[in-house]
Design a binder for this molecule. Sequence first.
Ligand SMILES: *[C@@H]1O[C@H](CO)[C@@H](O)[C@H](O)[C@H]1NC(C)=O
Ligand SMILES: *[C@@H]1O[C@H](CO)[C@@H](O)[C@H](O)[C@H]1NC(C)=O
Ligand SMILES: *[C@@H]1O[C@H](CO)[C@@H](O)[C@H](O)[C@H]1NC(C)=O
Ligand SMILES: *[C@@H]1O[C@H](CO)[C@@H](O)[C@H](O)[C@H]1NC(C)=O
Ligand SMILES: *[C@@H]1O[C@H](CO)[C@@H](O)[C@H](O)[C@H]1NC(C)=O
Ligand SMILES: *[C@@H]1O[C@H](CO)[C@@H](O)[C@H](O)[C@H]1NC(C)=O
Ligand SMILES: *[C@@H]1O[C@H](CO)[C@@H](O)[C@H](O)[C@H]1NC(C)=O
Length: 461
Amino acid sequence: MVVLSAFTLWSALVALEASASVTIRKTGRAPTGYEVDFRYVNTTAKRVIIGGGIQPFTDQFHTTGTSFRFNGRYDPRDYQPGDFYVSNPSPQLPAEPAYKWPYEMNSTDDGVWTYTAPLPSGIYSFAYLVNCNYAPNCSIDTGHLVVDPDLRPFMNVQGDQVASSFQVPFDAQFQASPELNTNFDYALDAPDPARNRGTVKTVNYTSPGSLHPAPDVHDFGLYLPAEYGRVPAKKYPLLYLSHGAGGNGADWENLGRMSHIVDNLIRLGHIPPTVVVTPSFYNLDAAGGKFVYGNKSANASVPVPTAQHVRENFEKYLFPWVEEHYDVCREATCRAFAGLSMGGVLTYEMFVNATDKFDYFGMFSPATNAPYIGAADVARNPGLLKKGIMVAYGLYDFVFPQARDLQTALDGLGIRYVNRVTPFGSHYWNTWQDELWWFGVKVLWKKTPSTVQTGRERKGE
Ligand SMILES: *[C@@H]1O[C@H](CO)[C@@H](O)[C@H](O)[C@H]1NC(C)=O
Ligand SMILES: *[C@@H]1O[C@H](CO)[C@@H](O)[C@H](O)[C@H]1NC(C)=O
Ligand SMILES: *[C@@H]1O[C@H](CO)[C@@H](O)[C@H](O)[C@H]1NC(C)=O
Ligand SMILES: *[C@@H]1O[C@H](CO)[C@@H](O)[C@H](O)[C@H]1NC(C)=O
Ligand SMILES: *[C@@H]1O[C@H](CO)[C@@H](O)[C@H](O)[C@H]1NC(C)=O
Ligand SMILES: *[C@@H]1O[C@H](CO)[C@@H](O)[C@H](O)[C@H]1NC(C)=O
Ligand SMILES: *[C@@H]1O[C@H](CO)[C@@H](O)[C@H](O)[C@H]1NC(C)=O
């Protein structure tokens, strides 16, 4: 009983009142103007470090982007303006004893574990690693990886997210770096909740063949803007936003604070109120094999289903279901598809083979590969030339070469797009937050096709 065991663990944790907490304090002093306090109670633990997402820092002068071994890796307590998260799909950091992990908790005799550090603006995801010094090897099943019971992740299904997240504000006095903007405040909670904050939830839909969360039932994350339901008969523009390999539909909210970013895009007038669906591309059917989210002892090696397979499945079951159940508009002009990494590959697939369904495409850190479309495809499908497109990736992104090749292919065909190279960006959530933000500011629901004037309109034009 997979779900039951996870649930029992969680109930036990919740029974211990305030057994963990994260507090973000404005300090008004260097190095960042903020401090974050972690507190976690575990009377039997011998050692606790914070990991599972949180990273050391680097800067643009000491990051190679090609060899992770040679990147500067600074303790947050040594923060300097312009520092940003080191590039780290987790296995690429050396394990101890070769490298001393900076997020080491202090303990007292009564089993209270604490850690305080000045963290700069940005999103942080983390879990407590108990008696385990290397996140990729710490399992939730054996109690070596503990999700903060008081800062629960947004989940589709109990146990499908193994990290909590929080966002630290920007302080211009201590964090301003003239050459690099590391202000991520567009992902903070929007002010005036009743007016500005949309709702996020998980929705189950009928999807014949689905393996998860139940036979023939699949799920997605749903963002409804604050205004939704208040204006009779209004139909809202619809953005599909895909996760990447190893992820699921809860990632964009849990790890990317998607709802906060979209709230702020709407609040500041960059886009009109928009519905967002974050689908899940694993477990659609037996063809891909069963993938158990976040569970390292189950089958993490299940291959990503092909983009064509996912597109066909979504076209058949997801898109019609969403249109039938929500007040969303049904024309390509008010429909968009975007996604990160393998979700960027899926977006490219939608672009070339579901061209007429969407007028906007956001390829974020796309892990695409040749062969790309050619002149014959464009001649056969001239709609390819009429879209609003963003190709975005980080300067230190490991898919940088692939994204560049995609651009070269589009350039060769005269397909215009808006380009964002996130200047601090690696293949991680700060980059995808930045890409979603700029996709909203520069491309989404603007005039098509993309031209060199796209995103230069005054607001409200
Ligand atoms: C650990 O405790 C020592 C002694 O109280 C303190 O100086 C240090 O700042 C603490 N470390 C962290 C990361 O909180
Ligand atoms: C992590 O697990 C792998 C496979 O079991 C093992 O080879 C490796 O030594 C472990 N690494 C650490 C740092 O414990
Ligand atoms: C404390 O740590 C142990 C591992 O030593 C783990 O099994 C247990 O779940 C942890 N307890 C809490 C309350 O996190
Ligand atoms: C979706 O279906 C799963 C499996 O039947 C169930 O556990 C879960 O509660 C459902 N979620 C929602 C939001 O209805
Ligand atoms: C993870 O997968 C293993 C192996 O399939 C299973 O025994 C365990 O219960 C799963 N744990 C969770 C939390 O789903
Ligand atoms: C995990 O998935 C791979 C690839 O689909 C498969 O070959 C293997 O048998 C699976 N292992 C388990 C334990 O399910
Ligand atoms: C998708 O589009 C590409 C490029 O036009 C084409 O080569 C391919 O056959 C299409 N795939 C399907 C399944 O229609």
